[in-house]
Design a protein around this ligand. Structure first.
Ligand SMILES: C[S@@+](CC[C@H](N)C(=O)[O-])C[C@H]1O[C@@H](n2cnc3c(N)ncnc32)[C@H](O)[C@@H]1O
Length: 230
C-alpha cells in the first residue's frame, strides 16, 4: 500500500479533503487512492455490526447521514430511505443503488420538511456521531426518534475514542478519520442520558479484530422512542 505524502496530508488536513469534493474522493486513481485500499476494511467492520443487529427484512429503514450509500446495500429487502445534506453524496448514493426499494433525498433532517411518511422500523445513524458536536447530535436523535414507529428502534453506531496511551493498532482507524467529536463509551452514556426522546437505551461495545489483533472498538446504541412507553 502506498502511504504517500498526499495520503498523509489528506488524513490530517480537513480543508484539503473538503476541496477534493465527492468526485475527487471517488476517483479511485486519484490522490486518495491509498485510502480506498484501507476504507473497505473499515466499512466491513461497521456493516458487520449493523447486519447482525438490524434485521435485513425490516420493512422500513431510514438512514440519517447516508452520505454515498455505504450502508444501503444491506437493505435490499427493505424500503430504504437515505437522507443527507450533501447533494453530491446523495447523487452518488442514488447511482450506486438504483433499486426501486431505495430512495435518497438531499435534505437537512433538522430543518427541512420531509418528502416521505414517518413510521420507520429502524432509524440508523452510522458513523456520523463523531462528526457532530453534542447539542447538534442531541437534536438529531430527537428528530430521528419522532420518525420511528412506536415499537421502532433508533440505532446509532460509531467508533469509540481510544485512550491516548493505547497502542497503534487501536489508534489507526481513529487517527485516519476526519471526525472531531469522537467520544468514549462514558461520554456517549452521559450524552444519551440528557435526552428524553428515547427509552430502553442499551450500549453494546463491538470489538473488532484483524488477524487476531484488536483494532477499533465501536459502540452500538439502541433505543425506543419514549412516547411509546407512555
Ligand atoms: C460520516 S458521514 C456518514 C457516513 C455513512 N453513514 C456511512 O456509514 O458510511 C456523515 C453524514 O451526515 C450528514 N449530515 C450531517 N447532519 C445532517 C443533517 N442534519 N441531515 C442530514 N444529513 C446530515 C453529512 O452531510 C455527512 O454526509
Amino acid at each position: 500500500m502506498n502511504l504517500g505524502r498526499k495520503f498523509v496530508l489528506a488524513s490530517i488536513n480537513n480543508r484539503w479533503y473538503d476541496d477534493l469534493g465527492v468526485e475527487g474522493w471517488w476517483n479511485l486513481d486519484g490522490p486518495v487512492a491509498a485510502l480506498h485500499e484501507v476504507n473497505p476494511v473499515r466499512v466491513a467492520y461497521f456493516l458487520d455490526a449493523i447486519r447482525q443487529r438490524v434485521p435485513a427484512g425490516s420493512p422500513r429503514i431510514l438512514e440519517v447521514g447516508c452520505a454515498t450509500g455505504n450502508v444501503a446495500g444491506i437493505f435490499r429487502q427493505s424500503e430504504y430511505v437515505g437522507v443527507d445534506i450533501d447533494q453530491d453524496s446523495i447523487a452518488l448514493a442514488a447511482l450506486r443503488h438504483p433499486g426501486r426499494n431505495y430512495a435518497f433525498h438531499c435534505l437537512d433532517l433538522l430543518e427541512d420538511a420531509l418528502p416521505f411518511e414517518a413510521g420507520f422500523d429502524h432509524v440508523l445513524i452510522s458513523h456520523t456521531a463523531h462528526h457532530l458536536p453534542d447539542e447538534y447530535l442531541l437534536r438529531l436523535l430527537e428528530r430521528s426518534s419522532e420518525l420511528l414507529r412506536p415499537d421502532g428502534r433508533l440505532v446509532v453506531l460509531d467508533m469509540l475514542r481510544p485512550a491516548p496511551h493505547e497502542p497503534l493498532n487501536r489508534q489507526f482507524y481513529y487517527r485516519l478519520d476526519r471526525g472531531r467529536h469522537f467520544r468514549t463509551l462514558n461520554e456517549f452514556k452521559t450524552l444519551f442520558a440528557r435526552t428524553n426522546a428515547l427509552c430502553d437505551t442499551s450500549f453494546e461495545v463491538v470489538r473488532t479484530t484483524k488477524w487476531g489483533i484488536r483494532v477499533i472498538d465501536q459502540v452500538l446504541i439502541s433505543g425506543r422512542p419514549r412516547r411509546a412507553a407512555q
